[in-house]
Design a protein around this ligand. Structure first.
Ligand SMILES: Cc1cc2nc3c(=O)[nH]c(=O)nc-3n(C[C@H](O)[C@H](O)[C@H](O)COP(=O)(O)OP(=O)(O)OC[C@H]3O[C@@H](n4cnc5c(N)ncnc54)[C@H](O)[C@@H]3O)c2cc1C
Length: 375
């Protein structure tokens, strides 16, 4: 194989998935993660059918399902909860597994870390790349812990604000603010919640996602109200979140009263990026959010990051030269990720301005159809 030794920069969903996938075909893998404690958010994530399909190829889909909660479809209502707008059941992408799965970020992280360790990947935390020098046949890396090593391929999976992207592609490609912010908090699961429940408000969407038999999260994606600051201190987040939910009725109104602990509320502005193709320079390739970070409207960001690792390993296993591996990777990944990023962004634009000529359901259908197409 033209790639016998690879470095993966970043131990998030994309980096860990790539590490597992590359180890499965026998590539020697070093992975560096800059966060010494390797902490992840305390909330959850939706794993759509294509995420489960890709995780199945990594051998961990069943663990995710066992530690998560099946999501059978989506129901959406008007903000007051009075009018049902949509009631869809999702198809299963993998026989024997649920259509979608909800899981806490921590459980997913533990499953991926354990599989990456078992695979024999050499993982160092609290370490990043200090120097990078490319030659036609190798990339020479100096690490922040003083070590040096050369690689056939470097995979940048260091997220939306990727330093590797800046280092290799220059600083003209930056994640941009979409105009919306996301609120999330874990709560006890509503007993009947076996699918996504979404409520369409005037500035965004609020809803519930099951994560475990006893757990769900409530999420809201919204345009910042006029005059409100974008950055908010952690102190006071619970009260502010309750305020932002004032227009919602039904179960959202009931559950907003349970949001009392500032420390439990996860708030962040929503940024996105679609790096123009190709996502490689020489022997450095960007994957996951570093190349195609999407707003969360279709729950596809993590799914696409996992698919990147699976596809990269499949292309390396074909024994082609590195340039051919990277070209084939782009051929298989760019259009799909573009549809996800742009379709999700369209939904977000409509949520911010309902007068725009955008059909959010059609955009969601387009994204889901692209995501479920054969990998
Ligand atoms: C509000 C919200 C809701 C979401 N919901 C969903 C969902 O339901 N389903 C879904 O599939 N996706 C969802 N996503 C998207 C998903 O979280 C991301 O797409 C996914 O985490 C991307 O994985 P990644 O590995 O590319 O990047 P990240 O998860 O950001 O991981 C990057 C890793 O690299 C490390 N790192 C950063 N810089 C360096 C460096 N210089 N050196 C070494 N390491 C570095 C970081 O510490 C981190 O561990 C959501 C996103 C948001 C914002």
């Amino acid at each position: 194989m033209s790639v016998r030794r690879a470095l993966i920069v970043g131990g998030g969903i994309g980096g860990l998935s790539a590490a597992i996938a590359l180890r499965r075909i026998g590539v020697e893998v070093d992975l560096v993660e800059k966060n010494a404690t390797w902490s992840v958010y305390g909330v959850g994530i939706i794993q759509p059918g294509n995420a489960l399909r890709a995780l199945d190829r990594l051998g961990v889909a069943e663990q995710c399902v066992a530690q998560g909660y099946p999501i059978l479809g989506v129901r959406s209502w008007t903000a007051d909860g009075g009018t049902l707008l949509r009631d869809n059941t999702f198809p299963s992408a993998v026989p024997g597994l649920p259509p979608n799965n909800g899981i806490t970020r921590r459980r997913l992280h533990d499953i991926l870390v354990s599989a990456a360790n078992d695979s024999g990947a050499n993982i160092r935390t609290g370490v990043t790349v200090s120097t990078l020098e490319q030659e036609p046949d190798a990339v020479h890396i100096g690490f922040s812990d003083g070590r040096h090593r050369s690689y056939d391929l470097v995979v940048g999976a260091d997220g939306l604000y990727s330093r590797l992207r800046e280092r290799v592609f220059g600083d003209q490609h930056k994640a941009k603010f979409t105009g919306q912010v996301a609120w999330r908090v874990n709560l006890p699961r509503i007993p009947e919640l076996d699918r996504l429940w979404m409520y369409r408000g005037s500035r965004g969407t609020a809803g519930f996602v099951p994560l475990a038999p006893d757990l769900m999260y409530m999420l809201t994606i919204e345009k910042v109200p006029d005059g409100a600051p974008l950055r908010l201190p952690q102190d006071g987040l619970a009260a502010e979140y309750r305020n932002r939910l004032a227009e919602y009725g039904g179960p959202v109104a009931e559950h907003r009263e349970l949001v009392r602990d500032d420390a439990e509320v996860v708030y962040r502005p929503v940024d996105n990026i679609l790096l123009p193709a190709p996502w490689h320079r020489g022997r450095v390739l960007l994957i996951g959010d570093a190349a195609h970070g999407t707003s969360p409207h279709c729950g596809q960001g993590g799914a696409q990051a996992i698919e990147d690792g699976v596809v990269l390993a499949e292309e390396i296993a074909k024994q082609a030269p590195v340039e051919q591996v990277l070209a084939s990777f782009m051929q298989r990944r760019f259009a799909r990720c573009k549809t996800v990023v742009e379709g999700s962004e369209r939904i977000g634009r409509w949520e911010q301005d309902h007068t725009l000529d955008i059909d959010p359901d059609a955009a969601a259908f387009e994204v889901t159809t692209a995501a479920l197409a054969p990998l």
